[in-house]
Write a protein that binds this ligand. Structure first.
Ligand code: MN
Length: 256
């Protein structure tokens, strides 16, 4: 199995090192990751600038590949369309520092890198550790991700669907189980902080306190609150099928 590793925290982040170490021996490990942190870049791609790359590796692993002056989506697109002779069997994005739950997946570079994989027909897994702690322990998240990849090397994955995996920062004994979930709702309060610059002019800094909607017991947000590993199958068809007919009916008289 050939596995393409990427992330949005940058090539030097601890999460991608933990991931590469955990997947060691599972197959050929190829890395294409941003040269710096690119969190919250969503599915942004680089269009108006060239994308420069350099050869790299992840220390103490067999992972070899490229450091990319681009976004997470750039990394996957470039690797599959230009850098590699043939596509990988799996894209694994992570392990992200911080959760990617509910509506936040739309802002997530980690998830978007996985979406780019499935756009190009390669099954993908996005993995996030649900803490922002810089000293967090990635070991359970990494070993769980290995088990998932082993499962998919045997079973295969639908190429139009990625798995968005969120893992609590706990050891295996403390984790309360694994749950397949749907995307929940996360809202933010006090989203922008207004400050003054030295010349008295206002500027704004995006921050905000998260408020999780805990109504739906099947949501990813609730699973993480219950200290479970949350796995949400995601595809990128954003069509609202349920209201297509209604809109067609209302609009059908608009043109003579
Ligand atoms: Mn990140």
């Amino acid at each position: 199995m050939r596995i393409l590793l990427t992330n949005d925290d940058g090539i030097y982040a601890p999460g991608i090192k933990a991931l590469a170490r955990a997947l060691e021996g599972l197959g050929e490990l190829i890395v294409a990751a941003p040269d710096r942190e690119r969190s919250a870049t969503g599915h942004s791609i680089t269009v108006f600038h060239p994308i420069r790359v350099d050869r790299t590796n992840i220390p103490e692993t067999t992972a070899r590949g490229w450091i990319v002056e681009g976004t997470p989506a750039d990394c996957v697109k470039l690797a599959i369309c230009a850098l590699l002779d043939e596509p990988p069997d799996l894209v694994v994005s992570g392990i992200n520092r911080g959760p990617n739950l509910g509506t936040d997946v739309l802002y997530s570079g980690t998830v978007s890198a996985a979406v780019e994989g499935i756009i190009l027909g390669v099954p993908a897994i996005a993995v996030s550790l649900t803490t922002y702690d810089y000293d967090a322990d990635y070991s359970f998240a990494a070993s769980f991700t290995r088990r998932l990849c082993e499962e998919y090397s045997r079973q295969g994955l639908t190429p139009d669907t990625l798995l968005n995996v969120n893992i609590p920062p706990l050891d295996e004994e403390s984790v309360a189980g694994v749950k397949v979930t749907k995307l929940g709702v996360r809202r933010y309060e006090n989203v922008f902080e207004e400050r003054k610059d030295p010349r008295g002019k206002s500027y704004y800094w995006l921050a905000g306190d998260v408020i999780d909607d805990l109504e739906d017991p099947d949501s990813d947000v609730v699973a993480i609150h219950e200290n479970k590993v949350s796995i949400t199958p995601i595809h990128f068809d954003l069509t609202n099928y349920a209201i297509m007919e209604d809109i067609q009916r209302r609009l059908s008289g608009m043109l003579r």
